[in-house]
Design a protein around this ligand. Structure first.
Ligand code: GAR
Length: 208
């Protein structure tokens, strides 16, 4: 069974989907620890409830991005994970950190990458008049939201949609695709080589 560390910054609804998928056996893995850069977030309660170790490592306690990422790396490595999962972890990571976990660092991003890298993705898709939007799971590389995409899910945007409707629609898909990708990883079927992701040794199309 693979051991997984999940990094969060808040609500942790993707974390919950991952915890549930581990509990049901869909993922042959265990979330050994959850680390949040923010205190008192719901995600930490979800972790404790599921029996995972919950750490809070506030970024304000560190003078530089580099020193924070070093402390984060030390804490993660104390759990010896096979996989590190970013689930709503809202910080930019240093190149050294990303390189250290190369091939075993996954992220979920709420857009159809390479569209809408960065923040406020739903709002930007709606403002652009897009009728199709979605989410992407990708390996993390030094390029922000730029690593190889493993899997994407598409959702419609209807003209009458409010932001909350679009957000919820994307979230529902996130809860499916993230556990599925993590399942593949834990089965040893998924790997990364540079800017390509491979499933069962077949290169995946560049954008999911
Ligand atoms: C998710 O929608 C995830 O895609 C997004 O944050 C949300 C976290 O929700 N991640 C990013 O924007 C990363 N750039 P959650 O805490 O309820 O899982």
């Amino acid at each position: 069974m693979k051991s997984i560390v999940v990094l969060i910054s808040g609500n942790g609804s993707n974390l919950q989907a991952i915890l549930d998928a581990c509990a049901s056996g869909f993922i042959d893995g265990e979330v050994c620890a959850v680390i949040s850069n923010k205190a008192n977030v719901l995600g930490l309660d979800r972790a404790k409830e599921a029996g995972s170790i919950a750490h809070c490592l506030p970024h304000q306690d560190y003078p530089t991005r580099h020193s924070y990422d070093q402390a984060l790396q030390q804490l993660i490595d104390s759990h010896k994970p096979d996989l590190v999962v970013l689930a709503g972890f809202m910080r930019i990571l240093t190149p050294e950190f990303v390189q250290h976990y190369s091939g075993k660092l996954l992220n979920i991003h709420p857009s159809l990458l390479p569209k809408y890298q960065g923040l406020h993705t739903h709002q930007r898709a709606m403002e652009a008049g897009d009728s199709i939007h979605g989410c992407s799971v990708h390996f993390v590389t030094e390029e922000l939201d730029g690593g190889p995409v493993v899997l994407q899910a598409r959702v419609p945007i209807f003209p009458e949609d409010e932001l909350t409707a679009v957000t919820e629609r994307v979230h529902e898909q996130e809860y499916s695709i993230y556990p599925l990708v993590i399942r593949w990883f834990c089965q040893g079927r998924l790997h990364q080589e540079g800017n390509l992701a491979f499933l069962d040794n077949e290169p995946l199309p560049e954008h999911g």
